[in-house]
Design a protein around this ligand. Structure first.
Ligand SMILES: *Cc1c(COP(=O)(O)O)cnc(C)c1O
Length: 350
């Protein structure tokens, strides 16, 4: 069957104020589309960025069969376009497909779709000082269902948008609030996959934290004993030579690959990198805390509010290893440091 889209006029790169990018959708030239129908994926490849028709009974709308990924293309000083661990996004989406009974999309083709979408929109890639080209692969059930069951049709789309740097005016610590009223995701549920519904669930509690002046909530397990993670970033706590992050064992935590990279860098620095339960009282004598994710790479945490009390972490500033890992990871991502683990792929030149 033909697949029709209603194109959205791209904003010409010359009309974009690249020095003042935020984090909003700016229509570019092309997006990548694949459709699952009749038991198989068909790649339509690059198409104009646009809107498409969806059935009102589409499974994504009712029963939440929807997954997304997030990664970035960056521009090195030599004008090379680089991706960071895109194969891990592919694998994570495939894991999510199994969990939500969606049809897995080939992991190699996922990376190919990401590359093609970035290259087709390379005129929109900012310099690294201006930001990055954010890449959003998304998959959802487009086929109609009424009873609760997996749909028969799905769409896989990759689009991109230029975004500004996460830290405007320098690398600075944020304030978090420990949540005792709300949880992000229960153990053995779908917290370990990037299921769209997990993010809808966090919006209301997060808005309450924002009203009180905190950047985000820091979630605990259901017994309020140990930390899980921030709404869309993984949590780390260092005391002396040990750098600890909550273990992935109970499947409530999203396995971030920035997290995994930091654990590797910590080992390389001779720290004791531990994946274990990080208990709530440990916050009172932590030397530093930070969170990790694609958007910011590393975000230092200056203050954590626990039951109404603002606890200052270390001296409240940027911790030693927050700074070190931020610099090291950015240097690897931009090919300014050796890529010992094969994390970086060069896909072309601007
Ligand atoms: C995406 C995400 C992360 C970070 O994962 P990265 O692979 O490092 O970008 C952490 N926690 C949640 C809940 C997420 O959705």
């Amino acid at each position: 069957m033909e697949f029709e889209i209603k194109p959205i006029a791209p904003v010409p790169p010359a009309e974009i104020d690249f020095d003042n990018l935020g984090f909003t959708f700016i229509p570019t030239e092309k997006m990548y589309v694949a459709r699952y129908e009749g038991g198989a994926w068909t790649d339509h490849g690059l198409m104009p960025v646009g809107e498409f028709w969806m059935h009102p009974a589409a499974g994504a709308y009712h029963y939440g069969q929807a997954l997304f990924e997030g990664t970035k293309a960056r521009l090195t000083n030599d004008g090379e376009i680089v991706l960071f661990r895109a194969g891990d996004n592919a694998r994570r989406m495939a894991d999510g497909c199994r969990r939500l009974m969606m049809p897995a999309y080939d992991e190699g083709q996922f990376v190919e779709a990401v590359k093609q979408t970035v290259l087709a929109n390379k005129a929109y890639l900012p310099t690294d000082e201006q930001g990055a080209l954010y890449i959003r692969p998304v998959m959802f059930a487009s086929g109609p269902v009424l009873g609760v069951k997996p749909a028969d049709e799905y769409l896989f789309v990759v689009f991109v948008s230029p975004v500004g740097p996460y830290f405007k005016g320098g690398f600075h610590p944020i304030k978090l609030k420990v949540s005792k009223e709300y949880h992000r995701a229960p153990a053995e549920g779908v917290g370990s996959v990037k299921a769209a519904g997990n993010y809808a669930a966090g919006m209301y509690p997060n808005s309450l934290a924002k009203e009180e002046g905190y950047a985000e909530l820091l979630y605990l397990d259901v017994n309020h004993e140990h930390f899980e993670e921030v709404g869309a970033a993984n949590f780390f706590l260092r005391k002396g030579e040990e750098l600890a992050t909550p273990s992935l064992e109970d499947l409530s935590i999203l396995p971030g690959y920035t997290r995994e990279s930091v654990l590797q860098l910590a080992v390389d620095e001779g720290l004791n990198a531990a994946e274990r339960d990080v208990m709530l009282p440990e916050i009172y004598d932590a030397d530093e805390c930070f969170c990790t994710g694609t958007a910011a790479v590393i975000t230092p945490i200056g203050v954590v509010n626990v039951e109404g009390e603002d606890v200052t972490i270390g001296d409240g500033g940027v911790g030693k290893y927050s700074r070190l890992f931020y610099d090291q990871l950015n240097a690897i991502m931009l090919k300014e440091a050796p890529d010992k683990y094969g994390w970086v792929t060069t896909i072309g030149k601007k």
